[in-house]
Ligand binder design. Structure first.
Ligand code: AP5
Ligand code: MG
Length: 222
């Protein structure tokens, strides 16, 4: 069987982290761990935690670190990710989260962090067009809708626009990305964990680029 991987995907909002994480998790037979998906599931479940998370998410702010770090550790424990690994999508988003992840994984470490690079004008177009299944989170867009009447091809759920895909929230999310997440790129570069991959072009091409990058790192003995 193909060896597993411990991978972090970075990239601004709409760069395709979710789209590609699903494909990479399938390819490397590891778990896809998305903080955004976990928070949206809590919102749908109507828990107290979900109600609090929703206030941050709808306005484009980050959910506080202590809550986010706790939920990720819990998920990594449950999924049995220590054996084969994971694709982390949307976490870490700042240096404090990255440090907490590194402490949690020790004595293991992540294999690779990929910064999925996409121009801001491209992500703005993608986010305006994005539609998601309100039940399972599968991504669509107005250009590539589900086969039947905004009903999810995977689970028959209703396909809708995300509550944080408003102009104001998108602007705020991109600001936060520049302030908190962009410094992470430098932090991982200093630790020799980072590769930058172009996230533009058809999704299949982006997937091939990502897999080639991961395989090359592996051959180099990471
Ligand atoms: P999260 O759900 O992670 O949202 P995000 O960071 O804003 O990123 P997106 O999901 O918007 O973008 P993506 O890169 O996944 O792109 P996608 O694949 O969908 O987080 C939401 C919120 O939760 C945060 O704002 C925060 O409040 C909270 N949160 C989450 N993690 C947190 C953390 N660690 N700490 C604190 N708070 C946290 O693609 C976008 C669109 O483009 C789709 O329509 C897709 O179909 C399309 N597309 C993808 N690839 C291509 C391509 N190659 N060509 C054309 N279209 C494409
Ligand atoms: Mg996403």
């Amino acid at each position: 069987m193909i060896p597993g991987v411990r991978l972090v995907l970075l990239g601004k909002q709409g760069s395709g982290k979710g789209t590609q994480a699903v494909r990479l998790a399938r390819h490397f037979v590891v778990h896809h761990v998305s903080t955004g998906d976990m928070f949206r599931a809590a919102v749908r479940a109507g828990t107290e935690f979900g109600r609090k998370a929703r206030e941050y998410m709808d306005s484009g702010e980050l959910v506080p670190d202590e809550v986010t770090i706790g939920i990720v550790k819990e998920r990594l424990e449950q999924a049995g990710t220590k054996r084969r690994g994971f694709v982390l999508d949307g976490f870490p988003r700042n240096v404090a989260q990255a440090q907490a992840l590194s402490d949690y994984l020790a004595p293991q470490d992540i294999h690779l962090v990929i910064d999925l690079e996409v121009a801001t004008e491209v992500v703005l177009k993608r986010l305006a067009a994005r539609r998601v299944c309100s039940s399972c989170g599968t991504n669509y867009s107005v250009d590539v809708p589900p086969a039947v009447n905004w009903t999810c091809d995977v689970c028959d759920g209703e396909v809708v626009q995300r509550a944080d895909d408003t102009e104001t929230a998108i602007r705020r999310r991109l600001e936060i990305y520049q302030k908190n997440t962009a410094p992470l790129v430098a932090w991982y570069k200093d630790r020799d964990h980072l590769d930058v991959v172009c996230g533009e072009g058809p999704p299949d091409e982006v997937t091939s680029r990502l897999i080639d990058t991961i395989d090359r790192r592996r051959e180099a003995g990471v």
